[in-house]
Write a protein that binds this ligand. Sequence first.
Ligand code: PLP
Length: 494
Amino acid sequence: MNPDQTRTPIVDALNAYLGIVRFHMPGHRGGKGADPVLLSVLGERALAYDVTGVPGMDDLQEPTSCIKEAQALAASLFGADQSYFVVNGTSGAIQTMVLATVDIGDSIIIPRNIHKSILSAIILAGAKPVFLPTTYHPYLGFSLGVEKGALEECLTQNSDGLRSKAILLVTPTYYGTAQDLTDLSELVHLHDKLMLVDEAHGPHFHFHPVLPKPALQCGADAVAQGAHKMLGALTQASLLHVKGQKIDGARIKASFQYLASTSPSYLLLASLDAARKQMAVEGRELLDFAIGLAEDLRKEVNNIPGLYCFGEEITDHPGVDAFDPTKVTITVRELGITGYQAEEYLRKEHGIQVEMSDFYNVLVIVSYGNTPEDVNLLVDALRDLVNAVAEGRVPKKLLKCHESIHQVPYLPEMALIPREAVQSPWERVRIEDSVNRISAEVVTCYPPGIPILYPGEVISQETLDYLEGVKHLAFGISGPEDRTLTALRVVKKT
Ligand SMILES: Cc1ncc(COP(=O)(O)O)c(C=O)c1O
């Protein structure tokens, strides 16, 4: 029998706890001792609900009551065998699943343009990354998905010599392009490996037929989801789902315990409980509304000369089977400005903050929390942006030479696993003196957002030439301690 998804066990337990006289942490004692500034920010109720795992509530590490029930409700709704409530972000969920499935010295197959939490998971696990090529959209300027042939080649090439346990794929992308993982999961399982999925941007896929197929329905063994990103949970609150018998339940529980706080915030846990109930009860209608709003926005944007917003046609591109219409990518390159400039203009001149921008695009996420008025304001602001560029109020900074930055060098050789590289003694050397040294840091230039160096990789002359050539063209350098790229952190010679 399906459990009653209208229940909210954690919220109920909190409500029952409100009358208790507290002689326990946190020090503000349900708000009575809180500084007025904090009280004015959070309000009395939020502070009254700010408890942790005291008797009377539950223990996130060894749940037996309200958390256990709430996690079981989530597992049933998402079609998992076990779901975990994660309070340290989707990063925490990703780290848990990698730590639970990969042994020291094992390799893990990943695309190169992963979120930094996957690198930190690989460092924690002491694993060796093996990189899988992804498709790339040259006009939009971002990476898409993985082709089956490329995965097959990678699995066959690495079938001996390297002990690879798992493949970790990222779908959907930040921009909402998605892959149906059914075939890829079959292939991965045929090779006796695990399919792990970073579905940070797709927890809502379960709740509307127009949205891409969720990874759990495509044969994934474990899936990390950002409930705070695309559902209504509080910031940081995330989910980890496990399905099937391939992953050792005791090991995933142990990994969860290694990484989870022993004092989790019940505000975060209650928000996961409520977000799950909201989706179960009215997810379809709420998402109908959000998708409708997003489609209106997409249509309006595509009517503004100089702007483009991809739709269904993106699925013609290799590495894309479906897309999430609530992610609206507004491509501004025909205006001759960068996405970064557009984002800044919208914030400074119109008080509108988008989700993020890159070289050619601004990314807008439309949720059921938005209104038609929000969309109208954004459309008016975009029209004004186009006029501002035409009138020279926004300078055209998109230079042709920036295109060279997309020609990233060939994969460097990996001499040490990332964990050894970051945990070994290191030194800073001038970039021109770093050739043939082993990088102790990751270096990513934006665009294209694909790491040029991972910790443990040998710095070749080709990589150096690329970095020298593009460091003044990049709009952002992420990873290295010295973001001017004058010096690089390298592993000390022994
Ligand atoms: C694809 C992807 N995975 C994982 C994460 C990590 O999520 P969190 O910030 O919740 O730790 C992010 C964050 O933006 C992300 O975009």
